[in-house]
Design a protein around this ligand. Structure first.
Ligand code: TPP
Ligand code: SF4
Ligand code: MG
Length: 277
């Protein structure tokens, strides 16, 4: 039961002058992009999806294309991407994001259109859609989040699961003589004439994040050229299904994932094509 002695006197809060000066000296070095909805994300701690959402929205903000950008969300852990990105978005059935993006881009060629897809969505059920869209040279950006498992459905083996990697459907480790080798999506798609820019990046260090941001920036800008499909593969992680802490998952990328999925540009535009920039 409160008594009078617990009631604070009603006085104006006086900030000492020295503190005011300190406040004015602060330099803003980071702000959350206005293109990202102010919502709590549902992702597990340490998951790469949230970080990559932020990077995409930073690029959209910097290019000032919020009202010209349309995203296509997949089925997978990032199915609710439309709840976080403050742009026009369309949900696609599992694996069909590239077909949906094709329709949107063809109807509205001036829009910046991208898909956001996991490895189960893109490289398993959606591999045909993806391959044909790139082979046609659809002028879209595909953001491919490769975390080597079906995260949403509790960690089954994906086409990109590493050789020997333990998943719920390969408890003894992926046997490539039985299941085949992990599919290197970026290398595969770079061979298609319709692909314009193909790169593989990661977000497990500050440096990697900077490179991924740059790759996304380039890929968005290249849509102005109408020269073909851009594919930015990002080595993500899934600490929950990898049965690792976020820190262990970050190390696993450097120590294991990059052996199968080396980082870097795989197909870059020629300088002639980039003259307008
Ligand atoms: C037609 C259809 N088949 C299967 C499923 C079940 N399903 C939902 S998400 C998913 C895999 C998602 O994995 P991935 O694309 O790698 O995304 P992640 O969750 O790892 O980010 C599957 C198989 C479904 N929703 N629809
Ligand atoms: S299950 Fe994996 S991919 Fe899905 S939110 Fe959790 S860590 Fe991310
Ligand atoms: Mg996945």
């Amino acid at each position: 039961m409160p008594t009078d002695q617990h009631v604070l006197p009603e006085t104006d809060l006086i900030i000492p002058a020295c503190h005011k000066e300190e406040e004015e000296e602060y330099e803003v070095v980071y702000h959350k992009p206005a293109t990202l909805v102010d919502a709590n994300m549902h992702y597990c701690p340490g998951c790469a999806h949230s970080l990559v959402h932020k990077l995409i929205m930073e690029v959209v903000e910097e290019l000032n294309i919020q009202d010209k950008t349309v995203g296509v969300a997949p089925v997978g852990c990032s199915v609710f991407a439309y709840d976080y990105m403050d742009i026009d978005m369309q949900e696609a059935a599992h694996g069909r994001a590239c077909a949906v993006a094709t329709g949107i881009k063809r109807l509205m060629p001036d829009k910046y259109v991208f898909t956001y897809q996991g490895d189960g969505d893109l490289a398993a059920i959606g591999i045909a859609e993806t391959l044909h869209a790139i082979n046609r040279g659809e002028n879209i950006l595909i953001v491919f989040m490769n975390n080597a498992v079906y995260g949403m459905t509790s960690g089954q083996m994906a086409p990109t699961t590493l050789a020997g990697m333990h998943t719920t459907t390969s408890p003894d480790g992926r046997d490539v003589s039985f299941y085949g080798a992990p599919i290197k999506v970026a290398e595969l798609m770079a061979n298609l004439p319709g692909s314009f820019y193909v790169t593989r990046q990661a977000v497990n260090s500050a440096n990697a994040v900077r490179k991924t941001r740059k790759a996304l920036m380039n890929a968005f800008k290249y849509q102005q050229l109408h020269k073909g499909t851009c594919l930015v593969e990002i080595i993500g992680n899934c600490p929950s299904n990898w049965k690792m802490t976020p820190v262990e998952a970050v190390k696993f990328i450097d120590e294991e994932m990059v052996k199968t999925f080396p980082l870097g540009d795989i197909k870059v535009p020629n300088t002639e094509d980039l003259k307008i920039f």
